[in-house]
Design a protein around this ligand. Structure first.
Ligand SMILES: NC(=O)C1=CN([C@@H]2O[C@H](COP(=O)(O)OP(=O)(O)OC[C@H]3O[C@@H](n4cnc5c(N)ncnc54)[C@H](OP(=O)(O)O)[C@@H]3O)[C@@H](O)[C@H]2O)C=CC1
Ligand SMILES: O=C([O-])CC(=O)C(=O)O
Length: 271
């Protein structure tokens, strides 16, 4: 059975571990880690059937087949190369880190050298399957519009650097309009999905991103439009936020669960 290590015990990591604990995914949860000891304690208290060890990444990779990063873009720089050097596969949910072309190339090269895989889940969006199919021929444009409650955008570097007063926003307001390359750094906890779209489609410098703050919303909305030689499609998800992190959509946690299930399964469905 596949041995798993989960790095990051927040909203996504906790849901993933609970899915393993309940038997929904047929893998062994061998180890977990978070920089907050309390987060690992809280997580372990929610598990009934498994009792993972708490291991830092250097120890974790000595024992597991696959590491799941669900921590932060910053963590990707430590976790992904360390896992690959140890010949572990790795799933990374903080996909925005891969806007750094150097990181993308070095980790992809490492995976090739050690015959490992890097899995990037669809996260909080729908439509990545169609975009991947469409990318077999020319794609003309990819546009993402993300609409969230202002509180879900709090703390983003772009908001801080531009002194945006989120409390003063009373109606639907576009607060960012640019390319994915900038968006994923400006909003590292909000539009990792723009990175997945960029990698699957036409790249970080051609994928358009618009971020809208809307105090009337209780859901995180991601709307995607793709135009190409195949025709065009739009996809729109209205995501319920994760119970413990309003920045994160619940679907992102479910996506990590389903990606892990797919990795562990002999039957592969979807593009
Ligand atoms: N691809 C996608 O569609 C989506 C991606 N995400 C991304 O997934 C990741 C996890 O999201 P979520 O579970 O909601 O986040 P949470 O903040 O709920 O949990 C992450 C946990 O990991 C910890 N952590 C962060 N960096 C490190 C590190 N370098 N070393 C050890 N622990 C660390 C955090 O600590 P601390 O609080 O101190 O940072 C926190 O306890 C985030 O990067 C998020 O932006 C989220 C939603 C969708
Ligand atoms: O969960 C979401 O709505 C999307 C998100 O935060 C991200 O892509 O970083």
């Amino acid at each position: 059975m596949l041995k798993i290590g989960v790095f990051g015990c927040g909203a996504i990591g906790t849901e993933l571990c609970k899915a393993i604990d309940s038997g929904h995914i047929d893998v062994e949860l061998y180890a977990v880690y978070d920089r907050h000891e309390q987060a690992t304690i809280d997580l372990k208290e929610q598990l009934r059937n498994v009792d993972p060890k708490v291991l830092e990444i250097v120890e974790m990779v000595k024992h597991v087949d696959l590491v799941v990063e669900c921590a932060s873009q910053q963590a990707v720089y430590e976790v992904v190369p360390t896992a690959l050097h140890a010949k572990c596969d790795v799933m990374s949910i903080s996909v925005g880190a891969f806007a750094d072309q150097n990181l993308l190339k070095t980790t992809t090269d490492l995976a090739k050298e050690y015959d490992c895989k890097i899995y990037l889940p669809s996260g909080a969006i729908a439509g990545l399957d169609g975009l991947k199919s469409a990318s077999a021929k020319t794609i003309y444009s990819v546009t993402l519009t993300t609409e969230k409650h202002p509180r879900s955008l709090a703390g983003a570097p772009y908001v801080i650097q531009n002194n945006i007063d989120l409390d003063a926003i009373t109606g639907k307001t576009v607060i960012f309009d640019g390319m994915a390359s900038e968006a994923v750094k400006a909003f590292p906890a909000n539009v990792n999905v723009a990175a997945s779209l960029s990698i699957a489609g036409i790249g970080f410098d051609r994928t358009k991103v618009r971020i809208v703050a809307n105090p009337a919303l209780s859901r995180n909305i991601h709307e995607i439009t793709v135009e190409g030689e195949f025709g065009m499609f739009t996809s729109r998800v209205e995501n319920v936020p994760a119970p413990t992190n309003p920045k994160t959509s619940y679907l992102a946690a479910l996506s990590a669960i389903s990606t892990l299930k797919k990795i562990a399964s002999p039957l592969q469905v979807g593009t």
